[in-house]
Design a binder for this molecule. Sequence first.
Ligand code: SF4
Ligand code: SF4
Length: 230
Amino acid sequence: MDVNTKLVVLDKIYRVYDDFTGKLDLACQKYCAHCCTCNVTLTTLEGYRIARHLISSGQSSLFEKLQAVLSSKRFQPVVTTNKLAELCALGKDLPLESSDPAWGPCPLLKNDECLIYLQRPFGCRCMVSKHNCRETGYADMDTLVLTVNNVCLQYMEHIDAHGFTGNLSDVLDVMAKEQNRQHYKSNKLKVAGTSLIANRPIKVLMIPPEHRHEVKPILDALNRIQVPMK
Ligand code: SF4
Ligand code: SF4
């Protein structure tokens, strides 16, 4: 699948998810940005999409803003969602990972507004809450939402199986370079010396038995996504 086809599929996954969350009673609204921290993660496909947008919309200076936080503490995943699903299925120990909102706001947040809102990655789209996090201090999510989030993350990683996952600032630091974007397009991106981790195809889906019935329509919608012909 070429990169443009993957981007079309990515948009369709976003739409399936938006249809799902559109039916939920959520407190999320514009300028509510308590969840916009420096700990957001994404795949290289999403990073490629955001980088292309920053360049085409004349916002390349935001790359410098992202680079400025590379020396600060931020969440850097050590396993991808598909690897996590495999470890869970095998009953293996999961790596310890910690993330703290106190590490700071997202570098793409300005006056409580996302500078790339329409292009924001799934890690931001799937951060939803039934109650305002500013009041409660945490996002209040049903476990079903967590399951749907994981399934969508697994599909997104699957279509970017030749790519990588990492923190927003780290992925965009890689994608800021034209040569890296070209290598990414031809599945030849090398990320030695960075904190990015290799994506994997889906081997097992992370769906607990109690959610199988409710998740089925989402799975059906994801499986119905047509891969456009070139
Ligand atoms: S997840 Fe919480 S902070 Fe983020 S938009 Fe929703 S209610 Fe606001
Ligand atoms: S990319 Fe946008 S939506 Fe996501 S955390 Fe940053 S400011 Fe918030």
